[in-house]
Design a protein around this ligand. Structure first.
Ligand SMILES: Cc1cc2nc3c(=O)[nH]c(=O)nc-3n(C[C@H](O)[C@H](O)[C@H](O)COP(=O)(O)O)c2cc1C
Length: 202
């Protein structure tokens, strides 16, 4: 079995989403002995934003630019790693109501028609069926369903919509929110998230 582990927080060792994603991976290792883990720190080593040169390369054009050539290789590796994974764990903090841009750059490389979804006569259909995804979500404020800010939450809702678009509907969100609302709120949120992870069954 293979697991793809992604982190995208810029806060390094202080990051809650990194702490939670690492715990999810550790739990999956217990549940699936022999699990192979591929790790990508998207904040430390992000893909470039897409350019016209990327688009031309995808249409078969020759690329002279060495930086973009290396970046295209990275994007292909992202796709291969995702296709090979049985389980995907995504560390995803909320940045400005949405996800960090390196995670969006990763998505821009793996959401590829003909590879991870395709167009049919009744619309697009995801091709990544049978994979399990975990989202380690962290945020400074509170945006959970029923809260006053729920309607402006475009982090978890976007990620889950994107994963579902690609066929990944077996998704679990582990959330720690209110992290900027005082030490007590933060400790309780992180403690609950860690308990949720410890309770995961295979
Ligand atoms: C650039 C940036 C933008 C942020 N935007 C939001 C936001 O829109 N809403 C929010 O509740 N928290 C926001 N935060 C706070 C983070 O979501 C919070 O610190 C969270 O713990 C970050 O995850 P991490 O601990 O994994 O780095 C932002 C933090 C940063 C660094």
């Amino acid at each position: 079995m293979q697991l793809l582990h992604l982190d995208s927080s810029v806060l390094g060792a202080a990051s809650v989403s990194r702490q939670l994603s690492a715990e999810i991976v550790a739990r999956q290792r217990v549940l699936h002995p022999g699990l192979q883990v591929v790790y990508r720190d998207l904040a430390a080593d992000p893909a470039l934003h897409l350019t016209g040169t990327h688009m031309a390369a995808w249409q078969g054009a020759q690329v002279e630019d060495e930086v973009i050539t290396a970046d295209l290789v990275k994007g292909n590796a992202y796709l291969s790693e995702l296709l090979a994974a049985d389980i995907v764990v995504i560390g995803a903090p909320m940045y400005n109501l949405s996800i960090p841009t390196p995670l969006k750059s990763w998505i821009d490389r793996i959401a590829i028609a003909g590879k991870t979804f395709h167009y049919t006569s009744i619309g697009p259909e995801g091709l990544l069926v049978g994979k399990k995804a975990f989202v380690a979500s962290s945020r400074g404020g509170i945006y959970a369903q029923g809260s006053p800010r729920a309607a402006i939450e475009h982090q978890e809702s976007y990620l889950l919509a994107l994963l579902a678009f690609l066929g990944m509907t077996d998704t679990t969100v582990v959330r720690a929110e209110g992290l900027a609302m005082g030490a007590d709120v933060k400790d309780a949120a992180v403690g609950q998230a860690l308990q949720d992870i410890a309770a995961f069954a295979a």
